[in-house]
Every structure is written in structure tokens, then in C-alpha cells.
Design a protein around this ligand. Sequence first.
Ligand SMILES: NC(=O)c1ccc[n+]([C@@H]2O[C@H](COP(=O)([O-])OP(=O)(O)OC[C@H]3O[C@@H](n4cnc5c(N)ncnc54)[C@H](OP(=O)(O)O)[C@@H]3O)[C@@H](O)[C@H]2O)c1
Length: 348
Amino acid sequence: MEVESKFVTIKAHIVGQPSESDFEVREHLVPLSVSPGSNDVVVKNLYLSVDPYQINRVKEHSASQSAISFAFRLAPGDRIDAYGVGRVVASANPGFEKDDVVVGLLHWSEYSVVGGESMLSKVDSKEFPLSYHASVLGLSGFTAYAGFHCVCKPKKGEKVFVSAASGSVGSVFGQYAKLHGCYVVGCAGSQKKVDLLKGKLGFDDAFNYKTESSDLKSALKRYFPEGIDVYFDNVGAEMLEAAVANMNTNGRVAVCGVISEYTNAQKRAAPDFLDIIYKRITLQGFLAGDYLQQYFPEFFSVTSDLLRNGKICALEDVSPGLESVPSAFCGLFRGDNVGKKLVRVAHE
Ligand SMILES: NC(=O)c1ccc[n+]([C@@H]2O[C@H](COP(=O)([O-])OP(=O)(O)OC[C@H]3O[C@@H](n4cnc5c(N)ncnc54)[C@H](OP(=O)(O)O)[C@@H]3O)[C@@H](O)[C@H]2O)c1
């Protein structure tokens, strides 16, 4: 038996800022049974993650495409890989059974057929909302955890700055830093987000970088009169330059993402390298995937406990229906989302 499965794809490679009209919804047939020995798992997708890095896979060229095997370029008409949560419909893989809830690399589609070597794991569907496994307990939360514990390693009392702080990774990173006893300031692109950071998420301070009256270097000087020890960079460009100018001696910058540069090839951070040398600043790019095997179980256990005890708050921004994927994705680059952007493809 087969089922018609809708999927979202690009009409052509995307140049610059993405728009909804760059995408289309197509259909294809997905088998609802598996051949024994194939190791395939057929998954009905429930929640799909919408992530900034996906823009770099649907461009004609991006430095990321040749750097790592799973970031290769996608062509118009291809199904687009996406992290997500789903329910197993059929499995030829001994690790999974029909009705298991799984998380891993699916597609922006209603159903996914996941091959044997692909990353998929079972989740306990009872304790937390299923969406959490694609947000705070999934790769976004893990990125914040790896960035915090493996890259920045802040000490209690250190001054921490986070950009895109109300977003999926930034909001979790800032909360880890607060729980660790750091002084935390975040920036975001609207007053609503700033209020959320200072209120619900308990940041020490926050500002709207879009309406800041002074230049970013002066703004950061005002928010960090004693300098920044750790900068968790999600945006790149001018904010990275301004942060470096305000770093303390032996400061650490974790370059998690440079979203402002993804859609604008002319925009590139040019921090003052004399600052980097004389203040002995460490600027480290990292990929969360490099830390998965060693740290995911620890992350999952620690973050589950924090959620159970109400010490950390999961921020999610969920759009309904597969057809909302293009607007959800384009909205990331307009700052529409508050917290982890997900699309609910089907109800449980
Ligand atoms: N290294 C890794 O392993 C790894 C893993 C996951 C994600 N990342 C990176 O981490 C960053 C955050 O990802 P996320 O999933 O948590 O996304 P997110 O922060 O939930 O969403 C993106 C946010 O970025 C901000 N933004 C968009 N365009 C911008 C621009 N031109 N300048 C400044 N800010 C802009 C917007 O918030 P505002 O309202 O604040 O503008 C938007 O809401 C991205 O750069 C992503 O590629 C890296």
C-alpha cells in the first residue's frame, strides 16, 4: 500500500533573502510497508524543525556545502532534510517498531522514509510534549549546551552576551548562563522579545539592536561597562565586531551561527585583530554535531531535570500544517519567530 505524501521543495536555488514564492508543495507516493532486510523506517511526521542553516543547503553555492558531508547542496525538486519528531508506520529496522515515537533527520514532508544509517532515535512520549524533542530537548537545546559547556565554559560571575537571544538556541544558552551564576545580557529585534528576555527568561538586561540609538560598539559598552567575558554569537557581521571591541582579556567568542551573513554575501564580520591579539581573545566556531555522541545523554538528563523543576523555560513557536513551512522558514530571516520555530504537520 502507498500514500500520497506532500513535501516542500525549492523551485530554484535561493539567492539573498528567501521568500515564500521560492518554495512549492509537491506530492509523491510513499510506501506504507517496507521490504524485509532493507532497514528502512517509514515515519509519519508530526513536528518538523525549521532552521536557519537550511538556507545554505538551498543556495547555488555556500562554503558549508563542501565542508561537511551532511550539508551538501540540494537541488530544486529535492526533498529537504529537517530534524523532527514522528511516529513509525512501518519498520524493517530491528531497532524500531510500528507506533514508536522517534526523533531525527526526516524531511519537510508528511511522511519520510529513513534509511538504515540515518540518525533516528526513540523518544519517551509520556513525560514532555513531543515538540520538546525537536526544540529544547533536541538539537537546538543541545547546540546551546555544547556551546556553553564545551566551547565557552563560563565561570560563575562572568559577563555573558548572547545575540538572537530570544531564538531557539540563544534562549536556552542564556538560561544556562543565568543558572550558572553569570551576568547575562541578550539582544533581539523587537521590544516584545526584549521584555520576554528580561521577564520570563530572567536575563539581567536586554536591548533591541534594531532601535538602538547609538552604534553597536557604544551600546555594548553601556550594557557591559566592565567588558564582556563570553560572547555567544548567532548573528555575525557588525554585532560580532562590536562584541570583540568590548571583550575582556582572555574573552571567549563562540561562533554558533552568522545568520545576518547567510542572506547577504556582502556582509562579513571584520573584527579588529589587534583586539584579538592583545586581549588574547579566543574566537571558536563549532558544530553541535561534533559533541553529540559524547554529550547528548548528559545534556538530555540535565535539561530534562531543569524542565521538571521549572528551572528552564521552553520557548516554542509552532505553525500549523506542512503548507506553513515556507512562511515559517522565511520568517526566521525577518525575526518573526519567538523561540524554536516548528511546524506541526499532523496531530498525534
Ligand atoms: N553551530 C551549530 O551547530 C548550530 C546549530 C544550530 C543553529 N546554529 C546557528 O545558530 C543561530 C540561531 O539559530 P536558531 O535555530 O536558534 O534560530 P533562531 O534564533 O530561533 O531564529 C533566527 C533569529 O535570528 C535573528 N535574525 C534573523 N536575521 C537576522 C539578521 N540579519 N541580523 C541579526 N539577527 C537576525 C532573528 O531574531 P531577532 O528578532 O533577534 O533579529 C530570528 O528570529 C543561527 O545562526 C544558526 O545557523 C548553529
